[in-house]
Design a protein. Structure first.
Lengths: 258, 210
């Protein structure tokens, strides 16, 4: 939504209008990559080829994150992934024998490694999408696809809302901490004194947001224009092709049953 | 006085606000409640780190989300809003890597919940409670890959660990567990919706947002 860039200046990087310097990806490319990555991660299985495919998708995610300046995050994620991969390979060989195949510890280990290997990388791609795209860019890119506003508006609002939720949650947590309401009071108190105020404040912010978006012409009959420049470049094509190839290879592998 | 405002130029704006169907305001409402639902989903999903809870985290989710859903239903006045919310949840979990089944379940459960709410004329508390029970079932769609994947995950171990081991692992997480999960979700959703109506009266109506 166009309203976000002025409403939350701390969370959104200012867009340099007209001059996109350096590496930049179109939001549509990022979404396509996310979908391809999820296909690759979920359908590639736990064979050596599957591990290679998963690692390739993870390598792309890590490179993109490092490029976006989230080096610590990229490093932590690749460490977790590599550790799980090693554990998984050890499972097959020695660990299962040592722990006893059906012991709770072995089952726990498997669940955790399966989570990190198949689910976490998809979440990391989603994080990249949210962290590096401004809401205006997002709306501009998807209006070009001629998606109806009923699809774009809720999604853009969700997009804009996550930083707000964090901010609100932190202030409510601090306020309740001051009054001595914490985990020790039990889950009921936590829900009543943290979730309920959070819901109230978010609903109020939502009301203001909808007033602001009506004022900005969302939901009107006229076609909106945007100052954000979106479009595909060489990097978009290369990365989309790479991820598509990974997903396509995974699908053919699944069909052929390697 | 009423007539004067209708004839004035401002009357045109009034008509836009009263236009039937889903407006921008409704779309923003859907999105806000989808985010709140997602926060609860995320908090309950963290419980999924405890092994058994990976299969049972929908229970606290159905319970706690009753609070936000009951408030959401007081704001639903036209058909389609709950479907959009379900689709949004499905889309978010799909983007997070829970697979496409969740997206289908989100849309279908949202649609059925919408129909129940419509049957109650958007005012009936009973319809809202039933609607929440059906809506809560969408989460099973995000879990199904886990059931399906379990087989894929343990099959390769057949050679090294023997058939008995693999069969035991698969039987641990299939069949009865899924049925228990579904029944548990409905019960927890009922309780959650009931709590939600209480919280609605105690907090939200007093705060003037219901």
């Amino acid at each position: 939504m166009a309203g976000a860039s002025s409403a939350a200046p701390a969370a959104v990087e200012p867009v340099v209008l007209g001059a996109r310097e350096g590496f930049w990806l179109d939001p549509r490319t990022k979404v396509a990559m996310l979908v391809c990555a999820n296909v690759t991660l979920l359908a590639s299985g736990y064979s050596p080829v599957g591990f290679a495919l998963k690692s390739a998708a993870v390598a792309v995610a890590v490179a993109l994150l490092a490029q976006a300046g989230r080096r610590a995050f990229a490093f932590g994620f690749s460490a977790a992934f590599l550790a799980s991969l090693v554990l998984e390979l050890l499972n097959e060989g020695v660990l299962l024998e040592a722990l006893g195949a059906t012991s709770p510890l072995a089952v726990l280990l498997r669940l955790v490694t399966a989570m990190v290997l198949s689910f976490l990388p998809g979440t990391v791609f989603a994080y990249y999408l949210f962290a590096t795209t401004t809401v205006s860019e997002f709306v501009a890119a998807f209006e070009r696809l001629r998606l109806p506003q009923k699809v774009i508006i809720p999604f853009a609002v969700v997009f804009r809302f996550f930083p707000t939720v964090l901010e609100e949650y932190r202030s409510i947590r601090d306020a309740m901490h001051l009054r001595g309401v914490g985990w020790r009071c039990g889950p009921v108190a936590m829900i009543e004194y943290r979730l309920v105020p959070l819901i109230v404040s978010l609903v109020k912010i939502g009301d203001e947001l909808s007033a602001a978006s009506v004022a900005r012409g969302l939901g009107g009959e006229a076609r909106r224009t945007s100052r954000c420049q979106v479009g595909f470049g060489a990097a978009d094509i290369a990365l989309a092709a790479l991820m598509l190839a990974l997903a396509a290879f995974t699908m053919t592998k699944g069909v052929l049953g390697w | 006085m009423e007539k004067a405002t209708q004839q004035a130029p401002r009357g045109a704006k009034r008509q836009i606000e009263q236009k039937r169907g889903i407006g921008v305001r409704d779309l923003v409402t859907c999105a806000v409640f989808a985010v709140i639902y997602f926060v609860i989903f995320f908090a309950c999903g963290c419980l999924g780190m405890i092994p058994i809870m990976a299969y049972l985290f929908p229970l606290p989710l159905a319970l706690v989300s009753g609070i936000s859903q009951m408030l959401f239903y007081t704001k639903v006045r036209s058909f389609g809003m709950v479907t959009i919310m379900g689709a949004l949840m499905g889309l978010l979990t799909f983007l997070m890597g829970y697979g496409p089944i969740g997206l289908g379940f989100g849309i279908v459960c949202g649609l059925v919940a919408d129909l129940i709410l419509k049957a109650g004329g958007y005012r009936s508390v009973k319809a809202a409670i039933a609607s929440h029970c059906v809506f809560s079932l969408w989460i099973v769609g995000t879990q199904l890959p886990m059931w399906i994947m379990t087989e894929a995950y343990f099959e390769p171990y057949r050679a090294s660990q023997g058939d008995a081991y693999v069969d035991e692992m698969i039987s641990l997480v299939s069949g009865g567990m899924l049925a228990a999960d579904l029944a548990g979700i409905v019960v927890c959703a009922l309780v959650g919706a009931f709590i939600g109506t209480k919280v609605l009266r105690k907090h939200f109506e007093r705060a003037g947002i219901a």
